[in-house]
Design a protein around this ligand. Sequence first.
Ligand code: FE
Length: 229
Amino acid sequence: MSTSRRGFLTAAIGAAAQGQLHAQEHEHEHQAVPSDLTLRVKSLESLLVEKGLVDPAALDALVDTFEHKVGPRNGARVVARAWIDAAYKKRLLANASEAIAELGYTSGQGEHMMVVENGPRIHNLVVCTLCSCYPWPVLGLPPVWYKSAPYRSRAVMDPRGVVREFGLELAEDVEVRVWDSTAELRYLVLPERPAGTENLNQDELAALITRDAMIGVRKVNGAGRGGKE
Ligand code: FE
């Protein structure tokens, strides 16, 4: 690495660290220094912008799209449709990517999808043990805890313990299946339709379905007891 590049990276890391720390001081007095990954991403972004390889406005637009326009509501519509349309559910379980695309939800980070169905004796939980692979077109951006090292390791070693911390107690006779997402294949949980929702239409059902239920750390609560994310 040349001296000038190292100098730039050092300056970028320092600036990023200072900016982050300054912002965080207001919210979390005892917040630790930003993670190594955060600093690396900031450095890379600064470098790409400086070299003219990336337009910062385009980056902002991309982030805004996934933060505010694409989110778990897309996945909720997929699940609600599957609950009320048996033929759609069959297509969804057979070829999730195509069935999700039918509803118009296509973009990067979700080209190859698999939907796994919860039932009275089966509970599915999704993790990415390696990093943070997540189905962006249907769930938006992953929550911080999904990307955390404790979740990534404990979801595999102690899935019952993990979901218990989300408030979900699984009975002993329920089989827990843990699915490890990768860049090649990402998973979406099809939660069980709660009792008492027989008279709800697709939009009303979709309103009950939470991001966490589609990752598998919670169940969907019935009508009038909307889930918390
Ligand atoms: Fe990953």
